[in-house]
Write a protein that binds this ligand. Sequence first.
Ligand SMILES: C[S@@+](CC[C@H](N)C(=O)[O-])C[C@H]1O[C@@H](n2cnc3c(N)ncnc32)[C@H](O)[C@@H]1O
Length: 263
Amino acid sequence: MPDAAATRWDPALYARFERERAQPFFDLVARLPGGAVRRAADLGCGSGELTRTLAERWPDAAIVGVDASESMLARAAEGAAHPRVSFAQGDLRTWAPAAPLDRIVSNAALQWVGEHDALLGRWVGWLAPGGALAVQMPNNDGEPTHRILHALWRDARFAAALGAAPPAVRVQPGAWYAERLLALGCEVDVWETRYLHRMPDAAAIVEWVKGTALRPVLSRLDGAPRDAFLAAYHERIEAAYPRGEHGVWFPFPRLFFVAQRKP
Ligand SMILES: C[S@@+](CC[C@H](N)C(=O)[O-])C[C@H]1O[C@@H](n2cnc3c(N)ncnc32)[C@H](O)[C@@H]1O
């Protein structure tokens, strides 16, 4: 069974910030090496729109998108069918390809699971000679959106209903990934980008976080406690991201790496 982090995704809510969420995917795949691609996988593919763009990028490739969430895959199935793109339900910790892959892409998904050391070894092991792996993860555990969420989680008003604290930080420093991938014999490119999104107001930031990091809270709280949590969260977000003349500026750090197996 997929765990709670992988389920209860709301494709409609997630799609509200489609342009801002898509940009890191395109910035990631732009740094992949050229060369023939026959087989590729998109791990944690979500609702599949971005997976389909890979078919245009690699005109000879069969591409499989893998995700644990039924609701995200249902949305993927609603999209236009492409003869070279398929989708499969699976946990990215245990799914395995039938044959070596030329490209593996995982955008904004690996942060939901632990065991990065073991997973990097598995994923690099699936690469054909010269194949490449590209990963992007939000790196915002230290940002106000997440610090406020964690503080409210421990707040006496909500702690009992919320239960165990949110998982510890899963995204390691960039150098950690570089070291592991070099030890696995890859050429490595690691970088960080701090996007600066212009939001209409603080409520839009709350809506954004509702689509991802707030999901575990929203699935545990109902009614008045849920309204109280969201009101307290909104108030603190409004104070942490002050309004400028042209909107509310929402900094969003992300970590990227591309690793290529030697030909
Ligand atoms: C933030 S969305 C990113 C979706 C897509 N890659 C994109 O860039 O739009 C994260 C996705 O990871 C999936 N996910 C989380 N944990 C997973 C797991 N253990 N196995 C497979 N998919 C998982 C979720 O279901 C969700 O669709």
